[in-house]
Write a protein that binds this ligand. Structure first.
Ligand code: HAM
Length: 464
């Protein structure tokens, strides 16, 4: 026989007890506030989608991690592992009527059957901010600045994280100069994507089928490209390659776009957290241009852990779904690595989950009056609590103290008879009787300033 205690959440899934839920919601709140400050509009998508949407449009890695099954109607379906293909469908379906640029954001739970490890779970929340309909670098700069803002809003700075900016186009141009195009070029990018996490021998092993005995020299060149940290060095690197005239022109144009993107980013004040770093190519299949990932910086300045955020340009996804062409760029930022980072820096407040007001009531008659007031106060936005069964006064005061409420409202026989309520400040122990009709006004004042230390001589509480 099964015992309930045996039911744990599935591996990689989390229960959100109230304290944890409050922290999660705090993150959602600041993400939303920042996305709105950049004028992104919120949208939402279904949790369950046709399997094909992802098998065709996400990268191989994600497809291998799908939670998929056949539904009762015989449809092949999958829990969303990411939002981007669904978003591209939504945008595509209204491509001709949407006012461009379209700037949308969303916060949603994603599901990936990943090997559990630090920073990686099977269910995580992601903030996505995407801009559609603008091919120029202004849109790339906008999403990068939004991502940075979504980290700075928690008090994180360049001392804590770095945005690694890269470019799949430059990589493809470089690979073309090495005779690799099409599927071969994609296969090389697949290796580059994993390079940081693999030992050198394993990388060579993966490159050999593509480069034969030139694998070693290719890796050296790739590593010098990855080591570049400035636009000037990037220019020098490509000048050092023997490029055909047409390719050289394409590379020059691209380097011009780099320069322009860096100008935008400088204007937005985010270059101090930015690092040119071609070590990023992104594992997802749909990326087409500038790509970036954000990483945590350890105390020694080295990058640590899994990415906090990843994104880039994906200009052809909408068209690939069968809709009109629509350039796109965006990012996803996860809650798991961010929560770990904020906790480690002490930047996640401990939320006290408490009512604001606790009612202490005498008998049944007094309760009726008290409940009526509770509903009045709740309608005004106060959080109000009281015992759900008869309790002695002593017990109720104890509960009021334990609840964390700021004020207790006391409805004793005497108070009710005189149409009064006694307000007690649970922090200072101060009390003051208030005429019921003035309760709301008095509470407003008490929450702002506390109960006055002394009732003025001969003061009439009804004059409050
Ligand atoms: P992604 O790099 O797969 O990109 O995920 C973005 C972020 O989500 C990661 O940097 C990480 O913080 C978080 N994340 C991803 N998988 C997990 C996991 N298993 N556990 C915990 N956190 C995770 C995308 O998903 C793209 N669709 C983002 C995008 C939007 N690109 C353009 N627009």
């Amino acid at each position: 026989m099964l015992h309930f205690a045996m039911f744990q959440p599935l591996p990689g899934f989390r229960d959100f007890f109230p304290e944890r839920c409050a922290k999660r919601n705090h993150i959602f709140r600041l993400w939303t506030q920042t996305a709105r400050s950049f004028n992104f509009q919120q949208y939402d998508i279904p949790t369950l989608e046709p399997l094909e949407l992802f098998t065709q449009k996400s990268g191989e890695e994600i497809v291998g991690q799908l939670f998929n099954f056949t539904d009762k109607g015989g449809r092949e379906v999958a829990l969303r592992p990411e939002l981007t293909p669904s978003l591209a469908r939504m945008i595509g379906s209204q491509a001709n009527s949407l006012k461009r640029p379209v700037k949308w954001f969303n916060i949603a739970e994603n599901f990936r059957y990943e090997k559990q490890q630090k920073g990686r779970l099977r269910s995580h929340y992601q903030l996505n901010c995407d801009v559609f309909g603008e091919p120029g670098v202004g849109a790339d700069a906008e999403v990068i600045a939004t991502a940075v803002g979504c980290l700075q809003v928690f008090g994180l700075s360049g001392a804590d994280f770095v945005v690694r900016l890269s470019d799949r186009n430059l990589w493809l141009h470089f690979l073309e100069s090495q005779g690799k195009t099409g599927d071969d070029a994609m296969a090389v990018l697949g290796v580059v994507d994993k390079m940081e996490r693999l030992p050198r021998e394993a990388v060579i092993e993966k490159l050999e089928p593509l480069f034969g005995n030139k694998a070693e020299s290719f890796l050296q060149q790739a590593q010098s490209l990855i080591a570049i940290r400035s636009l000037d060095e990037l220019k020098q690197f490509f000048e050092g390659l023997e490029l055909a005239t047409e390719l050289k022109q394409t590379v020059d144009e691209r380097l011009g776009q780099w320069s322009s993107l860096l100008d935008w980013l400088e204007g937005l004040g985010v270059t101090d957290v930015l690092r040119i770093d071609l070590g990023i190519v992104r594992g997802l299949a749909y990326y087409t241009g500038f790509v970036f990932e954000v990483f945590e910086k350890g105390d020694d300045g080295q990058l640590t852990g899994r990415a906090l955020c990843g994104g880039g340009r994906y200009d052809h996804l909408v068209k690939k779904l069968g809709y009109p062409d629509m350039p796109a760029v965006g990012f996803g930022m996860g809650d798991v690595t961010l929560t770990d980072l904020l906790e480690s820096k002490g930047l996640l407040p401990d939320f006290i989950i408490a009512p604001e007001i606790y009612l202490v009531v005498g008998g049944d008659h007094e309760r009726k009056i008290a409940l009526h007031d509770a509903q009045r106060l709740r309608a005004l936005g106060y959080s109000v609590e009281y015992p759900l069964k008869n309790q002695s006064f002593g017990k109720q005061f104890k509960l009021a103290g334990q609840s964390g409420a700021r004020f207790a409202l006391i409805y004793g026989e005497e108070e009710v008879k005189q149409h009064q309520v006694k307000v007690r400040d649970l922090q200072t122990g101060q009390e003051m009787p208030i005429m019921s009709v003035y309760l709301v006004d008095a509470l407003g004042q008490f929450f702002a300033e506390g109960i006055p230390a002394h009732e003025p001589e001969g003061a009439d509480p009804s004059k409050l």
